[in-house]
Design a protein around this ligand. Structure first.
Ligand code: SF4
Ligand code: SF4
Length: 93
């Protein structure tokens, strides 16, 4: 059985004790649809990267490389902003 903490031992509500904790929290399992890119049509404009609210578009050497599915919540903004419509939202299995 886990020992319960008293009110003096638990941190104040809303307090973030250390920096960078959002990275550790995998929000990708909230998703019902996942973005999938067709790299053959992508023009690497990086608008998806600019608009993604979760910093989940992966870029390497100025090129769009895919998605960080650990943190992408599947909002679909990247798919709607893409000027050549090469991102499709597919239902999670
Ligand atoms: S679906 Fe939303 S969270 Fe996921 S990569 Fe696209 S814009 Fe970012
Ligand atoms: S918005 Fe579309 S074309 Fe532009 S980098 Fe992203 S996937 Fe490629």
């Amino acid at each position: 059985m886990t020992e319960k903490k008293g009110w003096k031992d638990i941190p104040i509500g809303g307090l973030i004790a250390e920096a960078g904790t959002a990275k550790e929290y995998k929000t990708g399992d909230w998703r019902t649809f996942r973005p999938v890119v067709d790299h053959s049509k992508c023009i690497n404009c990086l608008q998806c990267w600019m608009y993604c609210p979760d910093s989940s578009v992966l870029v390497e050497d100025g090129k769009m490389k895919g998605f960080d599915y650990d943190h992408c919540k599947g909002c679909g903004i990247c798919a709607s902003i893409c000027p050549v419509k090469c991102i499709k939202m597919e239902k999670e299995e």
